[in-house]
Design a binder for this molecule. Sequence first.
Ligand SMILES: *Cc1c(COP(=O)(O)O)cnc(C)c1O
Length: 430
Amino acid sequence: MDRTKSDTMHSIAVEHLVGGVNSPVRAFKSVHGNPIYFEKASGAHVTDIDGNVLVDFVQSWGPLIHGHSHPKIIEAVHEKMLNGTSFGAPHLGEIELAKKVKKRFGHMDKVRFVSSGTEAVMSAVRLARGYTGRDLLVKFEGCYHGHVDSLMVSSGSGLATFGIASSPGIPNDTVATTLICPLDDIEAVEFLFREHGQEIAAVVIEPLPANNGLLIQRNEYLSRLRQLCDESDSLLIFDEVISGFRFKNGSYSDICGVTPDITALGKVIGGGLPVGAYGARDEIMQHLSPLGPVYQAGTLSGNPLAMAAGAKTLDLLDEDAYDYLEQLGAIMEERVQSVLEKHNFPMRLVRMESLFWFSPGNAEPAIRADQIPKDAGTLYADVHRELLSRGYMLAPSAYEIGFLSTSHNESHILGFVEALDDSLTHLDWS
Ligand SMILES: *Cc1c(COP(=O)(O)O)cnc(C)c1O
């Protein structure tokens, strides 16, 4: 597969853009290659500037649950665009999308739209602190919440500790208010609540952690977090930016049977345009400006084109769409698993409906960040490269998950499985 033009453009891009990209995961650093320049994309496929057509399992990192440039979504956006691209004033599209969000997230009386997942979580945290009048946050190792200062934290020494900033540029004082726990370790959280319960504003978690592998949590664990929050009058924030709208029977909150106080959303809710949202019951949301003192604003918040893309995306997510995604996922899981076993390859496929992850190693799939083998990236880089050369694109990192969309079909999956089989044979793994 010739990628000369992409390579050339990358060498030009690095003169103008940092590392040639506008978001670091796109840089292909961990799979030792250059990024691929897309020219256009439709359904399950992207076409790069060298004319290669790839089957895409990245799908813009999650938003495109109906695949690239779905005709009905394009049509909805186009129609709205003719009336203006941005109003900075209320319009009907905001009410429409808010109603659809509330249908799925029953604990929300009110919704606030923003323009990214990062903004949604950042604002949810501010609201929780403003509402409780407390500063401390509890955050989990291996959960990603966007590049929010107070949540860009890795664990210090010891199991349940104050965190250390995981990026320069974040003041120590900022992360000093964030407590870090491993996932799936209820004693660690209990310890933090015993020590600091009355100062904890909120526990922030991806109920389905999906940014550092797919680390499926036990429901009892999530419900214990709910209890601990209740006992200390702390808020529980579910970051469903990646998991929101991925499940037939509602949100991940419905699946695990635990209702948070605030939910943050992004990705699918904008159908490929920039939308984030957060919502909660009235008692909490009334603290938000213009009703209350907690300030949060946005020039492009509730953008009419973005609201239209989101609303159409959610409309298209009927029961049949979810059944279809589950069916496709089941086929992928079964076939991929059997190829991995055939080659005795040290990876397992972890899947929940349309989300999947190649979990490294032969042991039970990880549910905590520290259970992921440290050398996970090495084998993955080989598999990624081989699949790419056969026309199948997975995320360029062992820690990122894959996404199925309603535009994928059985032949994409079977082709992928065949390419995987061929790749593993070629890698001469045994
Ligand atoms: C993607 C993601 C974010 C950040 O969203 P952006 O739109 O990239 O700012 C936050 N939390 C989770 C769980 C995510 O998956």
